[in-house]
Each structure stands twice: as structure tokens, then as C-alpha cells.
Design a binder for this molecule. Sequence first.
Ligand SMILES: [Zn+2]
Length: 179
Amino acid sequence: MRKIFYFLVFLSVILPLEAKTIKSKYFNINFYGDVNLTEFLKKINVDFINLDDIFNNKKSLDSLIAESIDNLYLEVSSILDIHIYSYRGTINIFHSKEDFDNAIYSLGINNSKLSSIFLPDNNTIYILENEFTLGMLAHEIAHAITCNYFITPPPQKVSEILSGYVEYSILKRAKRLNN
Ligand SMILES: [Zn+2]
């Protein structure tokens, strides 16, 4: 019994967490665990595209997610007036809090209160599904863009102000479109 236990622990250490990956123009988007993709799409869509396309089978859920993420990237770029057309980054979305915590812990971040973060070392945005909002993703994409654009990344405080401004602008725009 004990051998089986150790074997399972061993497997969980050597086997990377399985992910579903969607590739968009600007991002590889990895979904870890049982992330609800339709709910995810509804949150990021903000009326940029017509969701009826899914029900009319014109477009797949995956391609609509890719399109929405790219639209959000372009929207954040135009708010910042920073356009990196060759940009490519990664977004990792976790269903489980434990998997999210483990993923950022392995990169040296130990803060169980976090539910999203951009890490410049691997140019990756980490998101916890439960807490996910459009403003949160826009905020982290803004960190990714400013970090990639400036040869010397701006100080943490300036970076937070820029990301906060982007978050505010995106939410204001989403509200206007929904009214
Ligand atoms: Zn921030």
C-alpha cells in the first residue's frame, strides 16, 4: 500500500499537469483542469463579437476564444498606444486554486491571496478561473505589453498605475457597450 502511495506521489511530481491549449495570434492559452470555456468566453467577449456564431455553428468555441483574446490584446494596446505586432505570450488558466498556487510557487511566488499575476521571466500570465474577470485579464495583458516594450521595464509602481488605468478603461468601455 505504501509503495503504491509513493508511486502516486512520484507520478504527480514527474507528470506535468495536462492542459487544453488554444493558439491565438498573440497568445498560447492553456486551460488546466475543468475550466468552463463557455463561461470564460462570455466574460472576455464584451460584445466585440457575436456569440450567436457558436449556436449557428459558424465558429467553434475555441476560435471565438482566440478571437476575443486577440481583440482584448489589441484593445489594451490601443489604450496604452503601444503596438507590438510581433508579440507572443502565454496565458495559463487554472480551475483549481491548488494548481494555480503550485504553478506560481514553482516560479518563486508564494502568495496564496493572489488570483492573477504576470511573470516576466517566462512572459506568462497566470489566472485562477474562480476569480477571473475581464478587468483582471486586461490588467495582466497591460503588464505583459509594458514589460515587453520597454528595454528597461518600468518600476513596479508605474507598471501598476498603467495596468490600473487599462483595467479602468476596459471596464468603462464594456459598460458603455452593454448599456
Ligand atoms: Zn498589477
